[in-house]
Design a protein around this ligand. Structure first.
Ligand code: LLP
Length: 419
């Protein structure tokens, strides 16, 4: 299903022409398709319908309140990694009983807040964190529901910055230590063991590393059962990749079916934490061409979106397809699509074959619904972009473009500096 079709040479999001949105709210603007995110979520739901499960949307990839609400309406839970995310999720209307809390550096304050809100489960990533959580929970006369995040030491064969389940990575507890840490957890009065967790990386385009990780975790579950430590929730994290360019990741159906084969005969509640596979291809970044520069051996299209809006190309050298919003026959040229920021690394695409375009034309940076806006910054004192949600023939501004006054919020000049 294509939620970003061309009609009469004009690019649409569902039934709304992009140029109409840009005219009304300006650029740069993130535009999300409600139909696309729903379709992606339903694929997971369908694949899991015969078994006990909880899909916890990983909100770090896109945490706009309306996006959260869209997933909540579909029955989703939420995977959080900070107090801020929990605050946001609750504001969007999330049921705490469907929230799992991951992250290597949870503070006492964050733990206390999550305990107070009665979330489903803490994914504990170190022995020290376990001890801290026990202390915080006992102080509050609570028992913290816990899964230990195990690092199965599997190479997911993805970008090194988003590889998380190998020995050298900071995440989780070493496989060899996990059994002992579970023993420790069982002895702590403020801790209640309810699950086990692993997440090996992001943008995986092959199922086999997921299967390898699952097999290792299942061995651990069997060993724990023999010690009378029973596990109800098996959290397999997120990580399923999407197509940015030519990748061919398995569908959620295929990915889940392959995992389910390994799980036959087991009585577990499966938890998944997908982010990118739900939102990545449900959003785009629309930008306007400001200037072109043609040098002897290099051409540039200078646009009004920059690395502060979408950092993925600069940070991971990632590929995002770029489409002209108005498609017409014209010669192509090889260009770098760059932003206005004062950094050579400020590009959205390099050496890309694109039609020759005129200043004022719109471009769509595709596959930008995940890790786009949430990784945006104010670098070069640029206000953050506007966010729009399209549903059928309607569109809604779900975050206003920031104003210049927003950029100064909270700052002050002390008297001592006033001349
Ligand atoms: N669960 C945990 C514990 C995670 O750390 C992550 C992502 C997810 C779930 C969701 O993974 P997904 O389904 O989206 O692959 N900024 C990078 C991606 C960082 C991923 C961090 N963790 C990017 O733009 O590619």
């Amino acid at each position: 299903m294509n939620f970003f079709p061309y009609r009469n040479q004009e690019l649409y999001v569902e039934q709304v022409p992009i140029k109409k949105i840009a005219k009304e709210v300006g650029t740069p603007t993130y535009i999300y398709s409600h139909g696309a995110l729903t379709h992606h979520f339903e694929e997971y739901k369908k694949a899991l319908k015969k078994i006990d499960h909880l899909i916890c949307y990983s909100m770090k990839c896109n945490s706009n309140l309306s996006i959260l609400r869209s997933f909540l309406n579909l029955g989703s839970g939420i995977d959080i990694v900070s107090q801020g995310e929990l605050f946001r999720a609750l504001k969007a209307g999330a049921d705490p009983k469907k929230i799992v809390f991951s992250g290597v550096g949870k503070t006492d304050e964050e733990m206390a807040y999550a305990l107070k809100k009665k979330i489903l489960m803490f994914n504990v990533e170190s022995e020290q964190e376990l001890i801290a959580l026990d202390r915080v929970a006992r102080k509050m006369k609570r028992k913290a529901p816990v899964a230990i995040r195990v690092n199965p030491d599997i190479d997911p064969k993805t970008h090194p910055y988003i590889t998380t389940g190998m020995k050298k990575s900071k995440f989780g507890i070493q496989y060899e230590d996990a059994f002992r840490v579970y023993g420790k957890a069982a002895s702590l009065k403020g801790i209640k063991i309810i699950g086990i967790d692993c997440h090996i990386g992001s943008q995986l385009t092959d199922v086999s590393p997921f299967v390898d990780a699952l097999r290792r975790v299942l061995q651990l579950i069997d060993r724990l059962n023999r010690m009378d430590i029973s596990i109800q929730y098996l959290d397999l994290g997120g990580g399923l990749g999407i197509r940015y360019q030519k990748e061919s990741p398995p569908s959620p159906q295929k990915y889940i079916n392959t995992l389910l084969k390994e799980l036959k005969g087991r009585n577990l509640t499966l938890v998944f934490e997908p982010g990118r596979s739900l939102m990545g291809n449900a959003g785009i970044l629309v930008t306007q061409l400001l200037y072109t520069k043609n040098r002897d051996n290099k051409s540039f299209q200078i646009v009004d979106a920059a690395m502060n809006d979408l950092i993925r190309p600069a940070f991971y050298n990632s590929y995002h397809e770029i489409l002209p919003v108005h498609k017409k026959p014209r010669a192509k040229q090889t260009v770098d699509v760059v932003g206005p920021i004062c950094e050579t690394g400020d590009f959205l695409a390099t050496s890309r074959s694109l039609p020759r375009m005129e200043p004022g034309e719109l471009l769509a940076v595709m596959s930008a619904g995940a890790y786009g806006f949430t990784m945006a910054s104010h670098y070069n004192t640029r206000p953050k972009a506007c966010e729009v949600l399209v549903k059928g023939k309607h569109f809604y501004v779900i975050r206003e473009r920031e104003t210049l006054a927003d950029l100064l919020r909270g700052e002050s000049i002390p008297k001592a500096l006033k001349a």
